[in-house]
Design a protein around this ligand. Structure first.
Ligand code: GLU
Length: 594
């Protein structure tokens, strides 16, 4: 969601800003722009892709600049609403990520004081506030302006004649790239990997003043030392590697992700996280909070923990949880977020911490905001995920959840060994599915002809149906709904018929018999059925219209193999329909707004 970049150094800013912005495209955006300071500020922006903007630009001199990819929240995507935004004098420019809750009041005040604001954005109040407070000290003016803002306001400001960039971080990510005679700002690491591998992660409330040779970070007025981290992955990891789309590459990386995430924990002597850490009672009061695909991982996590540990688990959408009015004390909370920057999750963590709860985070991004806000972090070792629709990070989350629950499993040592062995074999099983992708692609051609699809599953595979449906709608724009198989008859049956196929997860476990009954009922309503079954199933081939087989695994681990089929199915359907698979319309990778 939105990207911001900044450059100050001994090179020309324009090509660096445009290149860095192109590396943030994966976050999702609708318009973009850059500002370059020289004797004056020149702003170039439009509601176009970064490449298109770059094509229209001649080269403009300037060794200080800022850039932005916008994901509109206040005002439609348009040239005038695109960032950077300037003050009345045109000497100050700002890029901003987030939403300013009190912008209407600030705008009214500024207008009454004689400022003319040109766009519909909340952002534009920032350069005008800096202008209002500027009395010769740029740093003070930015600080005062920030003091007036409520909401989420990660931003970078530049000013003509000032050899520095000033940034503030609040509720969305911002890093500083440390170079030689040059420094950078960016929302995320891939933007900077062409230039430096040394980064500083800013924290909420930080104000950073950066020159070509110096970095100064202040928090509550005090200068503080923020650690410089060395990034160990390369740009290579964030490129397509011969695949047509990032999504297909990332689906194919899943055997490696399972291995890497397992390796992270398998050799450790201690449990991955001390689940009972907040006192024995808390194990009985477990809550998982997440959004989107991570929420579906949370629902699988509920089944895993309830099956293995035999304690009840609640799973809630992080955003809904923040609204609830009930008492929150005495919980053991697990939060799941791919990016570690999801604002809805961060807000939930703040509430949990304020009520004295212990929070375990599952995330893919080292040093991200949730890791700092939580008591303990379990990392998924998926590597950078570029496609907006999550695939390999979902698998990584599942593996982390298995590993979280296993040390507390109420099973004997032999069964535990068996489960660990099964886990170790999952990469091979997933690879078998990947090797079979041509068959899934052929079925996808048939599914692509429909405009409405139901996905059904039961038990631990109910969230797999939800996630399969989400993948299809995200990237193919087909209307899809996931249901617990037994629920379909309580209403959605009204929509069944020849034009509404049902994708059913029917692998072998204790839900097999009832789901067969559900499928018979569905077939009686003439819906075409696409079934996921195990190879040795001899009922479904006669019952379903189309069958995709998956290798048999312990039912506890079946979501790991089943979801891979549904990811590939969604991918090939979207490809058949000619959709922009990696960057679907209206979606953003890292959701840093409410
Ligand atoms: N709220 C700002 C706008 O609508 C910034 C959105 C963003 O984070 O891209 O322009």
């Amino acid at each position: 969601m939105c990207g911001i970049v900044g450059y100050i150094g001994d090179k020309q800013a324009q090509p660096i800003l445009l290149n860095a912005l192109s590396k943030l495209e994966y976050r999702g955006y609708d318009s973009c722009g850059i500002a370059i300071a020289n004797k004056s500020i020149e702003v170039f922006k439009d509601a176009v892709r970064v490449k298109a903007l770059a094509r229209t630009l001649e080269s403009h001199e300037g060794r200080i600049g800022i850039g932005h990819t916008r994901w509109a929240t206040h005002g439609e995507p348009s040239k005038i609403n695109a960032h950077p935004h300037c003050d009345c004098s045109g000497k100050i420019a700002v890029v901003h990520n987030g939403t300013i809750n009190n912008f209407a009041r600030l705008r009214e005040q500024l207008t009454a004081e004689g400022h003319t604001l040109a766009s519909e954005t909340d952002t534009e109040v920032i350069p005008h506030l800096i202008e209002k407070y500027y009395d010769g000290d740029f740093e003070k003016a930015v600080e005062k302006a920030v003091g007036d803002l409520e909401g989420a306001y990660t931003m970078i400001a530049l000013m003509v004649g000032e050899p520095r960039l000033i940034a503030a971080r609040k509720d969305s990510p911002l890093i500083i790239g440390v170079g030689d005679r040059e420094n950078f700002f960016a929302s995320d690491v891939p933007a900077l990997l062409d230039y430096t591998s040394r980064v500083i992660y800013l924290e909420d409330g930080d104000i950073a003043v950066v020159t070509a040779s110096d970095v100064k970070v202040r928090q509550n007025g005090k200068v503080i030392d923020r650690e410089v981290h060395k990034i160990t992955w390369s740009m290579e990891d964030a490129q397509k590697g011969g695949y047509e789309h990032f999504m297909l590459k990332e689906i194919h990386e899943q055997p490696r992700v399972i291995r890497d995430t397992l390796t992270e924990y398998i050799s450790a002597e201690e449990p991955a996280a001390d689940l009972a850490g907040a006192g024995a009672g808390s194990l009985e009061n477990m809550v998982i909070l997440a959004c989107g695909t991570s929420y579906h991982a949370g629902l699988v996590g509920k089944s895993i923990i309830e099956d293995l540990v035999n304690v009840p688990v609640r799973v809630e959408h992080a955003d809904e949880f923040s609204l609830s009015g009930r008492s929150l004390a005495g919980h053991q909370a697990i939060v799941i977020t791919q990016s570690g920057e999801t604002l809805d999750v961060l807000k939930a963590i703040k509430r949990l911490k304020a009520n004295g709860n212990r929070v375990i985070a599952v995330t893919n991004v080292v040093g991200s905001s949730v890791t700092r806000a939580s008591d303990k972090t379990l990392y998924t070792r998926a590597g950078p995920e570029i496609c907006v629709a999550a695939t390999k990070t979902f698998i990584g989350q599942l593996i982390a959840l298995y590993w979280l629950a296993l040390p507390y499993a109420g099973v004997d040592a032999a069964r535990l060994d068996e489960l660990v062995m099964e886990l170790r074999q999952l990469p091979v099983k997933v690879q078998q599915i990947l090797d079979n992708e041509a068959e899934i692609a052929a079925l996808a051609k048939k599914l692509a002809a429909f405009d409405n699809v139901f996905y059904v599953g039961k038990g631990i595979n109910y969230p797999v149906a939800l996630e399969g449906a989400l993948k299809l709608k995200e990237i193919s724009y087909i209307h899809a709904e996931g249901y617990a198989a037994g629920e379909l008859k309580h209403g959605p049956f009204a929509l069944l018929g020849e034009k509404t196929p049902v994708v059913a997860v029917v692998t072998q476990d204790n839900t097999y018999e009832p789901i067969i009954t559900s499928i018979k009922e569905i077939k009686a309503r003439r819906s075409p059925v696409f079934a996921l079954t195990n190879e040795d199933d001899n009922v479904m081939p006669d019952l379903a219209d189309y069958v995709i087989t998956v290798p048999r695994v312990d039912p506890l681990f079946s979501p790991v193999v089943n979801i891979v089929v549904l990811q590939l199915l969604a991918y090939f359907v979207a490809k058949e329909r000619g959709c922009p698979i990696d960057f679907p319309r209206n979606l953003a990778k890292t959701v840093t707004v409410e």
